[in-house]
Design a protein around this ligand. Structure first.
Ligand SMILES: [Zn+2]
Length: 143
């Protein structure tokens, strides 16, 4: 037996309305759009998850997605740790802070950011692999 999405009462399979609260049970249960409602907003599961955009592009991503707390990345000693925090929490913050038309709108906006974030992350990893030996090896050899 299904349950009423509003009050939680058990309802019969073919019921059109909940006998307890009158909730229309035939309307496809679309989750309420809670974006832009700040700290109290519940974040849909689809929105949660690692944000490559937040991680790779940090404050640039943040300014464009309403996550101004990402500007803390501009503090040099702080920036890498904060990039990881943005990767973990970025999507939730963006959802809470900015009004999005729908989950799909949110996801389609994040997609290019995520691709760019992955590319930047890959480039910086390659740069590290090349630059660190390029600096260290001569230092060790000629010191
Ligand atoms: Zn109900």
């Amino acid at each position: 037996m299904p349950f009423c999405p509003k009050c939680g009462k058990e309802v019969s399979e073919d019921a059109k309305f909940c006998p307890q609260c009158g909730q229309n049970l035939k309307v496809g249960v679309t989750p309420e759009n809670t974006s832009g409602q700040g700290e109290l907003a519940t974040v849909p599961e689809e929105v949660k998850g690692w944000s490559w955009g937040g991680f790779g592009l940090t404050w640039i991503w943040g300014v464009c997605n309403g996550v101004l707390i990402s500007l803390l990345c501009l503090i040099p000693v702080f920036s890498f740790a904060w990039a990881i925090v943005l990767g973990i929490k970025g999507n939730e913050w963006a959802w809470r802070n900015k009004k999005w038309d729908s989950i799909e709108h949110f996801k389609s906006t994040q997609r290019p950011w995520n691709i760019a974030g992955i590319v930047i992350f890959a480039i910086s990893m390659v740069a590290l692999i090349i630059i660190i030996p390029a600096v260290l090896v001569p230092l060790l050899l000629f010191a």
